[in-house]
Ligand binder design. Structure first.
Ligand code: ZN
Length: 296
């Protein structure tokens, strides 16, 4: 069997899995995201130690990375993290670090594209050619998969920063430093905390916070349906662990679409807007999915 290293480089932690697929995981480890000089050598050491302890060869590695990142293979800064607020990681050539230190081919994607590819290969969008994966947590990100591949043009899409309308009863000014009231600025976890001046985890399930949240995510899904025409939308991230929220989002999305799109997909909204299946392994497994030949 061939083994691969899947690395999810997240803003708070790195997750690394050695496997061929989700049923063949032989090692798995998580490392805190501190600074590159501390965190990255630990990841390399884990991969090399696993390889020697288990007597296997790692054929290639995949990296799903927090960003923004430079995904343009023709760019001189391809494989760099770019404008992150984490200063020690800004402009860091993370792809080259792993290429130089692992001495195997390394595939590179955004963290959300990685998670989307994992869900597309083994999870909630298995076998589906065109879908969108959205994660709502400290930030809001998403991957648009078209014909089994992440959409990439000028750069990768930034779903979290689409402009949406504030709820008529919401006076929160938004917290995105670039756009104030974009989706992320209105609906990420820090926006919830700032709007209600409380840790969102302590809000009850019937708090108006979740009506606002569903209103914002419903608008985002409306826009994504009209622009990208996905066959499924996966909605994950820490905020979506809230009991009943995904049901509220489904209702809002249908209400906002207002009958404009008529398809059997939307008639089965419970199968159209769905939670992820791979949990916190999606990004690292997705990094492995980038390396295996068939993408569906
Ligand atoms: Zn924004």
């Amino acid at each position: 069997m061939e083994y691969f290293a899947g690395i999810e480089a997240g803003g708070t932690k790195f997750k690394c899995i050695i496997a061929n697929d989700p049923s063949t995981i032989i090692a798995e480890e998580t490392f805190q995201t501190v600074v590159p000089e501390l965190t990255l050598p630990r990841v390399v050491e884990f991969i090399k130690d696993t390889s020697s302890n288990k007597g296997i060869q790692i054929k290639a590695a995949g990296l799903s990375c927090f960003g923004p990142v430079d995904l343009d293979p023709h760019s001189p800064t391809y494989g760099n993290i770019t404008t992150t607020p984490k200063l020690k990681w800004r402009n860091y050539p993370i792809l080259n670090f792993f290429k130089n230190n692992l001495e195997v081919p390394v595939a590179f994607e955004t963290d959300v594209n990685g998670a989307a590819l994992g869900e597309g290969k083994w999870g909630a969008a298995k076998g589906i050619s065109d879908f969108v994966y959205i994660t709502v947590g400290t930030g809001i990100g998403g991957g648009v998969i078209h014909n089994h591949k992440p959409l990439f043009g000028m750069t990768h899409p930034e779903i979290g920063h689409m402009k949406i309308q504030s709820h008529p009863d919401d006076s929160f000014p938004g917290n995105c430093p670039y756009h104030t009231t974009c989706l992320e600025g209105l609906a990420n976890a820090p926006a919830l905390a700032a709007r209600w001046n409380i840790d969102p985890a302590t809000l009850p399930d019937d708090h108006p916070a979740w009506e606002f949240e569903a209103y914002y995510l419903g608008q985002a899904i409306h826009n994504l349906i009209l622009v990208c025409s996905p066959k499924r939308i996966i909605l994950g991230g820490g905020v979506l662990n809230r009991h009943g929220l995904i049901e509220k989002v489904r209702i809002e999305a249908i209400r906002i679409l207002n009958g404009y799109i008529s398809t059997s997909y939307l008639d089965r909204i419970d199968e159209y807007i769905v939670p992820p299946l791979l949990g916190d392994r999606a990004g690292a497994l997705g990094a492995i999915a980038m390396l295996t030949k068939s993408s569906n």
